[in-house]
Design a protein around this ligand. Sequence first.
Ligand code: RUQ
Ligand code: CUA
Ligand code: CA
Length: 630
Amino acid sequence: MTKKDERNNAQASGGLSRRHFLGATAAAGVVGATGLGSAVMSRESWAAAAEEARNKAVIHPGELDEYYGFWSGGHSGEVRVLGVPSMRELMRIPVFNTDSATGWGITNESKDVLGHDNTFLNGDAHHPHISMTDGRYDGRYLFINDKANTRVARIRLDIMKCDKITHVPNVQAIHGLRLQKVPKTNYVFCNAEFVIPQPNDGTNMENLEDHYTMFNAIDAETMEVAFQVIVDGNLDNTDADYTGRYAASTCYNSEKALDLAGTMRNDRDWVVVFNIERIAAAVKAGNHKTIGDSPVPVVDGRHGSEFTRYVPVPKNPHGLNTSPDGKYFIANGKLSPTVSIIAIDRLDDLFDDKLSDARDVIVAEPELGLGPLHTTFDGRGNAYTTLFIDSQVAKWNIEDAIRNYAGESVDYIRQKLDVHYQPGHNHASLTESRDADGKWLVVLSKFSKDRFLPAGPLHPENDQLIDISGEEMTLVHDGPTFAEPHDCILVRRDQIKPAKIYSRDDPFFASARTQAEKDGVTLESDNKVVRDGNKVRVYMTSVAPTYGMTEFRVKQGDEVTVYITNLDTIEDVTHGFCMVNHGVSMEISPQQTASATFTVDQPGVFWYYCNWFCHALHMEMRGRMIVEKA
Ligand code: RUQ
Ligand code: CUA
Ligand code: CA
């Protein structure tokens, strides 16, 4: 570290002076860390600037937010939709979890997506990312990983429902996930984190040499796994570039250790860079293998392969972020106070073996503070890195960091802001696209400690909203969240085009239509019971506040499927269907068809009712299922 670096860091981490400045303005969170320059600003003008920033985040009743935010739900397995800057929660999209309100995991339409033989009730959703065309969000799909059960899901952003879930074979624990940005999102890139035996069939559990993990690419349209790439070490986070040719992933376990101490043995792990062009060409030419029963093409990207290059970086790196100008991959050091900046325009030379050392692609390794996890960008040349251990966000200038690394003595730290507490991801508005606009920054803090009314030993997380439009970052809002958003993505509201009612030919309930056609039933008009052995299909319509049928008869032991078509055309008039004592509940939004299948074991009378409030006579929207003794 140079003298200048030392001074930068001393200023940046602030010590006593930073604490002192905090003083009475702590609530505003305005912390000057650019040295004396900031101290010149009076307490009064800071307070005024903070007040102005906070006012920008106030969305008055009846007003709409400027941004959609999509939050992962962590081990709750869902995705949440927020309005930003108000941080109001707009919607929840169940994905890997079961949801009582919408019937996700209960309805046949959701089982078509989850798999009818799916037995998993949990998921661990970390990384939500929106499909792109030419490096800009196109608003079609959102993709998200499930670390818990090695899956990747796709959400249709027109109806805000999950429409595909893919189980990735041959690997365990899909963690990092990012999308190809250019020319468009053809591939969803995702990392399997844990090293496992190959094949993992109980025959080979001791010989670690043969154990490995893989980088995966999923076809964004078909959601089939397009290829897998064997790597050395493990894989953590990933991102893609703006040429469509490269992706890069962090590895924290180059040691292939099984224990904690072992994963920290090496001072450097690495970033593995994938040459997507070469991999796709090899797969197309049939130069690949397969594993076990899986048809997925597998290529070997371990050291020495033409498909990958390994760039050593310190130490147990975590986040991997591409700058929105397309110039850099930034790997966040976690156990090193640094981030490593990789120049993407040097990767051609790296792959053509024109560099004497793989680390020649690194153009700077700025020291930022303790526990750098993730970096985001404002589109004006500044980066914002979360410092988990310091509980801060460091704002720094990328080109200044590069000049400093080249030997010039340059201050690259612009500001450090306290956040509460222990931030994981952060995300600036539109930061993963060419449109990064540098207005808002969300910091997803893992601990909230004393920031909210206590609600038992389990605490919420704290997603903090920070105004980054000016020179100083200003904290404007605390947002408690339930377990456990890992990450979020902010898009302009005009980039998403949600439907207000369903189209009657929506593929989301195509299988109901197929069955109705086989039964000679018109979903839009018929109220009819069709018996098929001991399978009974009950078709009914709904118009607030009635179902098309207020009674139907079945026999004990029947397997009953109820299909409901909501004929209401008025926005927001959603009905529900709940069959009492049968574990059946579902949403039927305007012009939607939904269905659920259950077995009737008990003879007797069972009421069904509408459980989405739809009308003044909502309570009266009900009917009876009469189950005759077998
Ligand atoms: S990771 S806190 Cu699952 Cu995105 Cu970094
Ligand atoms: Cu229909 Cu409530
Ligand atoms: Ca390591």
